[in-house]
Each structure stands twice: as structure tokens, then as C-alpha cells.
Design a protein around this ligand. Structure first.
Ligand SMILES: NC(=O)c1ccc[n+]([C@@H]2O[C@H](COP(=O)([O-])OP(=O)(O)OC[C@H]3O[C@@H](n4cnc5c(N)ncnc54)[C@H](OP(=O)(O)O)[C@@H]3O)[C@@H](O)[C@H]2O)c1
Length: 291
């Protein structure tokens, strides 16, 4: 029996859809959700729903009964995330889970000097907790989602262009669906125990290159300005963007600029058995005018 956490979120839902497409019976899939009201579509597909919250250890113990493989989708609530995910690992151990898989992050700088330590810190701690638990594991070092680009660019990107302090450094952005398909492939095949996979595109592209491609997709030139981090924070704050979003955009942009997401790892291509979706293909799907 396979359990997928975060099943009412994008990654968990996509992984379950790939499991079904690849022939896994819905009766062999369990979805962990914290709000059953959001699980109507999963129920309609015949997936067993179990409720549990990463903050509530007892709920997790009950939910993990009889589970062999558990995909822990990292919590979207980054406050106290290590503790939440420690609960998941401890409950998995107590419930006798045979294999735990975790959606971690690509990174190079593992110290507190990383501009995205507020995210990477708890991912690294969780990897260490998983490895110390003795449960066979697979770690997915997920690169940045291409799907985040429209959020970083903002709704007026086609009129106003892109203002982001990423500089000209490349990153191996990949689609969330490709990453979820790779996770599904690992869940349904053997030989992935005690491995760390780099889940990155085989192409590295910079934000100015992406902006150029975007212009080609929509048939007009799109501007790109890479300000200093300080000017970016000042401008966003004056524009009324909430502090937490300014910090997130600035941190991830600086991490891109420092090369944290540039990698030539080919594990994603290997796990998919094909080239990952490129940035240009993603932009075409998202921005190309629909008839
Ligand atoms: N690589 C990247 O570029 C990137 C970008 C964004 C996020 N991420 C990370 O990747 C994860 C998966 O991405 P996503 O797009 O699927 O995010 P998402 O759509 O926000 O899904 C996150 C899931 O985590 C669940 N969750 C949050 N707190 C929980 C708790 N205390 N107990 C149980 N479940 C909890 C949410 O439940 P609800 O449905 O009830 O809210 C949701 O189902 C994110 O959570 C984040 O850690 C990576």
C-alpha cells in the first residue's frame, strides 16, 4: 500500500494521478489529507482518504497503519517545519513503514549563510532525521518549479516586464508534474532505497533567457531588469507587497544569482525515461494565446 501526503496539494495530487495512469489500482493508494472537505475528487477516483496533520503525531500513527511506501510531500507551512516532519518520520517508524520518500530541495550552500536558509534548513534537517531513522529512504532534491515563474513574474508581466534580482545565472527549473511523475516512477519500481536523486532539468536557463523565450511565445519583446537585492526589496515594499513575499522573492532570486539551482544532474531524465519539459515548452503551455 502506497501513502501520499499533501494529497490535496499540487504535488501530491499530481503524483496520485500518475500512479493511476501507470496502472496502480486506486485500492492500493492512500491519500493523507488534513481537510477531508478538499478531498472530493480523490474520493471520486476511489482513493482511500485518511486524515492527519503533521502537527498531530497520533493522527499520523493511525493514518500510516498498513502502509509500505510513504511519500512525504514537504510541508508548505515552513514555521516549525522540521518538527512537523519529524512527527511524520517517527510515526512512519512506529507504524512499520518500509520505505519513505521525501520531496527535499536542490541546493549547494548548506549553511545559514544561504539566502534561502529559511527553506533549506528544515529540508536538510528532515533528510538527516530520515537517514537516522533507519527506514530505507529516497530523497528527491527538487529544483525550482517552472510553475513558480508566473508567480515570480506577476500578473502584469506582458505589459510591465520582469523586475527580479536574479542576474544572468542559470538554473535547472523543471515542471512540478515532471517531478511528480518521477516520484510516481520511483514508488512503483524497485532499486531506489537509500538514494538521493537530483531532480533537475537537463537544460539550465537564466531568467533573462526565459524572458526572451517568453517574448517569442507571446510575439512581443518583454523587458527584464535585474536590480540589486536592496533596490528590489525597497521597490516591492513601497508597492505594498507583503513582507513575507518580498523576503521569499528576494531570497530565491539571490539564490538563483548565486548559482544554487544550476546543476547538470541527469537523474530526472533517467527516472522519466525522456527529456524533462523545457522552459520554452512550459512558457508556451502557460502563456501562448489560446484560440
Ligand atoms: N521546488 C519548488 O519550486 C517549490 C515551490 C513551492 C513549494 N515547494 C515545496 O514542495 C511542496 C509541495 O509543493 P506543492 O506545489 O504541492 O505545494 P502545495 O500545493 O501548497 O501543497 C502542500 C501540501 O502540504 C499540505 N500541508 C501543509 N501543512 C500540513 C500539515 N501541517 N499537515 C498535513 N499536510 C500539510 C497542504 O495541505 P492543504 O491542502 O490542506 O493546504 C498541501 O496539501 C510544498 O509544500 C513546499 O514544501 C517547492
Amino acid at each position: 500500500m502506497i501513502l501520499v501526503t499533501g494529497a490535496t496539494g499540487h504535488f501530491g495530487k499530481s503524483t496520485i494521478d500518475f500512479l493511476l495512469k501507470k496502472g496502480i489500482s486506486s485500492t492500493n493508494i492512500v491519500a493523507l489529507v488534513r481537510d477531508e472537505a478538499k478531498a472530493g475528487d480523490l474520493k471520486a477516483k476511489g482513493i482511500t482518504i485518511r486524515t492527519g496533520d503533521y502537527h498531530n503525531y497520533d493522527s499520523l500513527i493511525n493514518a500510516f497503519e498498513g502502509i509500505n511506501k510513504l511519500l512525504l510531500v514537504s510541508s508548505s507551512d515552513i514555521t516549525d517545519r522540521t518538527r512537523q516532519q519529524q512527527n511524520v518520520v517517527s510515526a512512519a517508524k512506529e507504524a512499520g513503514v518500509k520505505h519513505i520518500l521525501y520531496t527535499s530541495t536542490e541546493r549547494k550552500n548548506e549553511t545559514a549563510t544561504s539566502p534561502i536558509h529559511f527553506v533549506t534548513g528544515s529540508h536538510i534537517e528532515t533528510e538527516n532525521i530520515i537517514k537516522a531513522s533507519g527506514i530505507p529512504y529516497t530523497i528527491f532534491r527538487n529544483n525550482l518549479y517552472l510553475d513558480m515563474l508566473p508567480i515570480f513574474f506577476g500578473q502584469q508581466v506582458l505589459e510591465k516586464g520582469v523586475f527580479l534580482p536574479t542576474g544572468e545565472t542559470s538554473a535547472a527549473f523543471s515542471t512540478r508534474d515532471d517531478m511528480a511523475e518521477a516520484a510516481a516512477n520511483v514508488l512503483i519500481s524497485d532499486g531506489h532505497e537509500n538514494k538521493d536523486y537530483g531532480i533537475s532539468n537537463t537544460e539550465n536557463v537564466s531568467v533573462p533567457e526565459i524572458v526572451k523565450s517568453l517574448g517569442e511565445v507571446v510575439g512581443k519583446e518583454i523587458g527584464y531588469v535585474s536590480p540589486t537585492s536592496e533596490l528590489f526589496i525597497e521597490t516591492m515594499t513601497k508597492a505594498g507587497v507583503p513582507e513575507q513575499f518580498v523576503g521569499m522573492f528576494a531570497g530565491f532570486s539571490e539564490a538563483i544569482r548565486q548559482g544554487e539551482f544550476e546543476t547538470f544532474n541527469t537523474d530526472l531524465e533517467m527516472l522519466l525515461g525522456r527529456k524533462p519539459v523545457s522552459a520554452k515548452e512550459f512558457l508556451t503551455g502557460f502563456y501562448a494565446p489560446k484560440n
